[in-house]
Design a protein around this ligand. Sequence first.
Ligand SMILES: CC(C)(COP(=O)(O)OP(=O)(O)OC[C@H]1O[C@@H](n2cnc3c(N)ncnc32)[C@H](O)[C@@H]1OP(=O)(O)O)[C@@H](O)C(=O)NCCC(=O)NCCS
Length: 163
Amino acid sequence: MNTLIAENIRDAKLSEIERLARIWFDGWQDAHARIVPAELARLRTLQSFEERLRTALIGVRVVEAAGELVGFYFLKGTELYQFYVSAHARGSGIAATLMADAEAALRERGVHTAWLACAIGNDRAGRFYEKCGWSRTGTVTEDLEVAGGTFALDVWRYEKSLR
Ligand SMILES: CC(C)(COP(=O)(O)OP(=O)(O)OC[C@H]1O[C@@H](n2cnc3c(N)ncnc32)[C@H](O)[C@@H]1OP(=O)(O)O)[C@@H](O)C(=O)NCCC(=O)NCCS
């Protein structure tokens, strides 16, 4: 059993981009590298995550445990756009605490039905979202953000009513 506890959830700082990019890159490798096209995997470099975090920084929320950053999320409109927890913090309940913060932030924006995209075959994330009360509504094609353009990928769509 993982007994790590979330100590603090707060806005990210500019000085934390490299650490957050590492969490994103490692989590992306763990969850996606084996289940998405190799062409997309080649585009998901550490530097690409740093650049996207720099652009998104003002909306990025982070969670700390045992004095270090162990996860983050950010939103895009009504979408829970990115959601990642470090390997050593998985299975601890920290992800659920972070999810509660994300749902509160979506409610504050006036979102009634939130959605997220999850790579087909990312079963751990799917199980986690279902435990948090999200429902898979189907498979949709998403134009994923990549350097200089987009990459079309079929994904599972999840939704949750926040009313
Ligand atoms: C998705 C993520 C945030 C969930 O956090 P977590 O701490 O791992 O979540 P939990 O351990 O509370 O829940 C995961 C559930 O999946 C189960 N699980 C673990 N491995 C699994 C697998 N290979 N297949 C199916 N379910 C699995 C766990 O047993 C647990 O279910 P349970 O509580 O009923 O036993 C975290 O795993 C993560 O950051 N993963 C890498 C990045 C990622 O995939 N992000 C989401 C992008 S859409």
